[in-house]
Ligand binder design. Sequence first.
Ligand SMILES: Nc1ncnc2c1ncn2[C@@H]1O[C@H](COP(=O)(O)OP(=O)(O)OP(=O)(O)O)[C@@H](O)[C@H]1O
Ligand SMILES: [Mg+2]
Length: 232
Amino acid sequence: MLEVEGIHTYYGLSHILFGVTLKVERGEIVCLLGRNGAGKTTTLKSIMGLTPPKQGSIRFKGEEISGMEPYLLARKGIGYVPDDRRIFADLTVGENLEIAARQLKEEQGWSKEKVYEIFPALRDIEHRKGGCLSGGEQKMLAIARALMGNPDLLLLDEPTEGLAPVLVHALEEKIKKLKEAGLTVLLAEQNVRSALRLSDHGYIIDNGQIRYQGSIEELKENEEVRKKYLLV
Ligand SMILES: Nc1ncnc2c1ncn2[C@@H]1O[C@H](COP(=O)(O)OP(=O)(O)OP(=O)(O)O)[C@@H](O)[C@H]1O
Ligand SMILES: [Mg+2]
């Protein structure tokens, strides 16, 4: 589904990503773990075309997409949920979803009703303004809104950040349901425990470089590498 190979990304003159390589197979949840400032967000933004890499290749469903505009990538089937969520404060929950809808030729695909089946709590607050939602509700809405674009691949930037433990578990269940619904997920996380519960494969990024990759079982057992790069 996604193959990132040797990308180098800069903010102005600051060199941030140094040859990042990772792969996400169709139907998998893959996590990208790393501490504050490790380069997780920059990696997702590089994939989404928001900070195009200067070097390296990004392939999505076999097609080279490096340097393409974000709106084109959204049309091709990449959904992006940024860490700051960007919910429209003056629009209701329902309107926030409707504005993101992307009509497909076929009947299948996500509709507001289908999204509410996964996030029933959003139906209950359908008429509430985005600006009046709790942090947890905003996180759910941000993911739900991305679904309305009918993505095949979902890029999630720290979906559990700032949530109480009980909400973290609830959100994990939702993400598992997305996988069951056929989505592929690349998850950037600092919350190692949560990511280990959810993912099939894991990568660790540190100082803009991938330091580890492996199955989740390997990562669970490898305390040394977790201590070194993640402090857990
Ligand atoms: N807009 C920017 N301009 C310049 N440098 C930036 C910018 N955004 C991030 N950086 C730097 O790039 C590096 C990687 O940041 P990035 O946001 O990708 O890390 P992260 O792993 O997502 O961290 P966090 O867990 O805090 O979200 C950091 O050193 C950060 O200071
Ligand atoms: Mg980040």
